[in-house]
Every structure is written in structure tokens, then in C-alpha cells.
Design a protein around this ligand. Structure first.
Ligand code: SME
Length: 152
């Protein structure tokens, strides 16, 4: 359990520029959690998920709602903690090193406006505590979204 990560993320979300804030939050997650190969955001835009700020290798830029772990997270409006991505039908392998994934919806007014997505090269990498931390981060992001009047 990383007890400081949510406080750090809240402080980074005081930045009012959206790209600056999300860039720093992705760096914060990538540096606080070890054994990650990717940490970043997808945002709902024009009826699909579009890549946002991230840390890691080049990634898929557009994900349809009916595809991949990110699409399932959007449809179910629920955290997806995938312990072995190779056994998830339709997993999108942006980086072939990825073995487990944590994808958390960012919900505003009952709609998924974006997602926090984390990948690890290690199977079973993500804990239930980390899922809770990222769910708290998603709540803090939706509050910042309203406070800063962010939009696309
Ligand atoms: N693995 C995701 C795609 C995004 S990348 O992991 C950065 C998926 O299956 O939707």
C-alpha cells in the first residue's frame, strides 16, 4: 500500500492546465508503483477512447468501446484488474511485454469520461489496495475536472 500516492495526485491536480496536470499524474503513478511498463490515460472523445498523457512505450491512439480491456472498463463502468492479459479475450497488446493490467474508469455524472490504465510486464502485478488507490485517484480527477472546468 502506497499511502502517499493519493495525496500526491491531489496536489498535482491543483494545476489548472489539463495536459500539464495529466502528464504529471501519469509520471507520478509510473514512479510510485514499481514494475510498470505503462501508466497513462484514455479519454472518451467522439464515441471512442483516445490516448491521453502517459509514460511508457508508444501506445494505441484510438480504442473502440467494444474492444480490449479499456473497452470493457468503459462498458461496465467498473475497474478491470486483469491478472493475466494473455487469457483476456480481445486484450489489445500495445506493448507485447505487458502481462497484467489495471484499468479504472473516471466517472462524471454517471458517464465514463476517461480511464486510468496501468500495464505491468509481470503477471498478477496489481493488488486490491492499488485498485482502491486508483479508484480514489479517479474520484479526485473527476472533482478536478469540475473545479477546473475541463472539457474536450
Ligand atoms: N491493453 C489495453 C490497451 C491500452 S494499452 O494497454 C496502453 C486494452 O486491452 O484495452
Amino acid at each position: 500500500m502506497n499511502q502517499f500516492i493519493n495525496a500526491q495526485i491531489r496536489s498535482l491536480l491543483e494545476e489548472e492546465d489539463m495536459i500539464a496536470a495529466f502528464s504529471n499524474v501519469s509520471a507520478c503513478i509510473k514512479t510510485n508503483y514499481d514494475r510498470l511498463n505503462w501508466a497513462g490515460f484514455y479519454f472518451t472523445k467522439n464515441n471512442e477512447l483516445v490516448l491521453g498523457p502517459f509514460q511508457g512505450k508508444v501506445a494505441c491512439t484510438h480504442i473502440p468501446f467494444d474492444k480490449g480491456v479499456c473497452g470493457k472498463c468503459y462498458r461496465d463502468k467498473e475497474t478491470q484488474k486483469i491478472d493475466d492479459v494473455l487469457s483476456f479475450p480481445g486484450h489489445i497488446a500495445c506493448d507485447s511485454d505487458s502481462r497484467s493490467e489495471l484499468c479504472v474508469p473516471i466517472i462524471l455524472n454517471d458517464e465514463v469520461i476517461g480511464e486510468i490504465d496501468l500495464d505491468s510486464p509481470e503477471k498478477n502485478r496489481f493488488t486490491a489496495d492499488e485498485a482502491k488507490e486508483m479508484e480514489q485517484a479517479a474520484v479526485d480527477i473527476s472533482k478536478a475536472w469540475i473545479k477546473h472546468n475541463w472539457s474536450f
